[in-house]
Every structure is written in C-alpha cells, then in structure tokens.
Design a protein around this ligand. Sequence first.
Ligand SMILES: Cc1cc2nc3c(=O)[nH]c(=O)nc-3n(C[C@H](O)[C@H](O)[C@H](O)COP(=O)(O)O)c2cc1C
Length: 177
Amino acid sequence: MQILVVEGSTRTPSSTCEHVEALLAANHATAQAFHLRETRLPLFVDARVQGDWNLGPALEEMLEAMLGADLIILASPLYWYSVSHLMKNFLDHWTYYLRHPKYQFTERMRGKKFYPVIVGSDPDPAGAAPAFAAIRLSVAYVQGTPLPGFYGLGHRDGHATAETKAAIEQVVLAELM
Ligand SMILES: Cc1cc2nc3c(=O)[nH]c(=O)nc-3n(C[C@H](O)[C@H](O)[C@H](O)COP(=O)(O)O)c2cc1C
C-alpha cells in the first residue's frame, strides 16, 4: 500500500504532524510526505482561461505522488473553522491537475482513498465540520473516495494531546483500504 501524506501546518513542531506520525508509527507504515510549509507551492492564480499548464516542479512532483498513491492522508490544522491556507492553496491547485492535458487526473483518482486528519484546539468537533466538508467535497469532485477521517486536539505549543494521539494510534490503516 503506497501512502502519501500532505500536511499543512505552518510550524514546527506541529500537533497535526505528530498525529500523522503517531498513526504511521502505530501501523508500522512508511509514507512519502510533503510538508507544505517546506514545499512552498506557488500561490494559486486562476489562469484557466489562458490555459497555462506549466505547473512547476513542486506541483508536478506532488501530482505524480498522488497518482502513485493508494491512500492519501490530507492533514491540516484547523484555522478559523477551515483548513490552513497552505492546504487550501494545495486544493486550489487541483483545478489545474484536473484540467492538465497530460494527466487524466480524475480518471486516475478513481479508487484512491483520501483520509483527512484535522487538528484543532476546541474539544467540540463541530467547528471542524467545514474543514472536513471542504476535503470531502473536493475529493468527491475529482472522483476520489473520501473517508470520514480523524479530528485531533493540539496544544498551543505544537504538540498533540495525549488522548487524541492515543486515539489515532488505534486507527488501522489496512482497514481503510
Ligand atoms: C490562525 C489560527 C486559527 C485557528 N482557528 C482555530 C479554529 O477555528 N478552531 C480550533 O479549534 N482551533 C483553531 N486554532 C488552533 C489550532 O487549530 C491548533 O493550535 C492546532 O493544534 C494547530 O496545529 P499545528 O500544531 O499542527 O500547527 C487556530 C490557530 C491559528 C493559528
């Protein structure tokens, strides 16, 4: 099983990152990972009308990684009830992925599972609903299969809370496939 992690915290240490690392470690799994604060994707600009398909190396590398993955973990801190701007920018770039003439993006996303991991500071998961919805609907739009995902809690200092870290360690990746 090829696992890809795209992680959208703006800082290190990151409670979002810690949850994903705990999930992988508990499953003895390895994954290709992109930390968007390091990947530094260009800011999305809508050039659909001009048809500018030059994605640049970072976006192309991430697209190839998505095409090769069976399970894609989209992990983001909760920022104002939504995903972080880094994750949102990545999702915006899917607009080009799905139109690029060289790749049959939607055809090749079919059957791929997407597992969202959202980490906030509010114990009430209701505030994370827009973030989960944005990922679920975007994944469905490109013909992928969205999984319910996981809501974790982080501390101000960038570390995961012990309770939700222990809870994500109980998730069995093989059962998601
Ligand atoms: C700009 C900003 C907006 C935030 N908005 C929310 C929010 O709407 N709901 C919430 O529960 N936590 C919110 N938080 C808290 C973060 O989600 C929380 O600290 C999280 O653990 C950060 O993840 P990280 O450690 O991976 O960066 C916000 C934090 C920041 C910096």
